[in-house]
Design a protein around this ligand. Sequence first.
Ligand SMILES: O=C(O)CCC(=O)C(=O)O
Length: 201
Amino acid sequence: MSENWPEGFAYYPDALTEAEESDLLAFIETLNLGPFVFQGNPSLRHVRNFGVDFDYERKIAVEAPPIPDAFNTVLDRVAALTGTPRGDLAELLVTRYPPGASITWHRDSRPFEAIFGVSLESDAPLKLRPANPKNAKPILTVPVARRSVYALTGAARSKWLHHVPPVKETRVSLTIRTLRPGLEIHPAADLAQYQVPGQDG
Ligand SMILES: O=C(O)CCC(=O)C(=O)O
C-alpha cells in the first residue's frame, strides 16, 4: 500500500496466474469486440459489456448479456481479494487497447459503485487525480502490471478521476463493477445490438 494513494484505492499484484491469464485472453479472442463509440465518435478501444451496460445517450443502465462462465475464476478472485460479495459483481466490461489507445480522464458512470480493474497482456500506467481542480494534489501514477487487480472504491471512486495514457503494447482490461443499490435496469431495446457492440464504457 502506498500512503499517497487516495482512500479507497487498492492494488493487488499477481492476482492471476500466467495460465489463468492465457485462458482469459484465449476466451476474449473469441468475443466479438466492437469500437467504443461516444457521441458518434469511435475510439481505438474495442469493448464488450456483460451483465449491465450504460446507455450514454439516455443516461440509463440497460440489460446486457449474462457474464460468461469463462470469467468465473477472475470474478471469484476479485471477490476474495477485495472482500466483495461475489454476487455483487454484476457488470463486466472487456476492453482491448491496441497500441496508441487510451482512456481519457473520467469518473465512472453513476449506475456503478465499486470498480475493480484487471490488467491482462501488458503492463500500463494508471493515472489518478482529484476530480476537483481546486485540489492541487499531484497526478499519481500506479504502474498496473499484467495479471494485477486494482480497486477504486470510496473517495478514489467518487472524488478522483482515472485515466490510462496511450499504451505502447496491446493491453486488455476487465472492468468489473458493482451496481448502485436500487438501480433500475432498463430492458435493452434489442439485445442483438450486442453482437456488434459499440456503446458501452
Ligand atoms: O483499462 C482500465 O484499467 C481502465 C478502464 C476504465 O477506466 C473504464 O472502462 O472506465
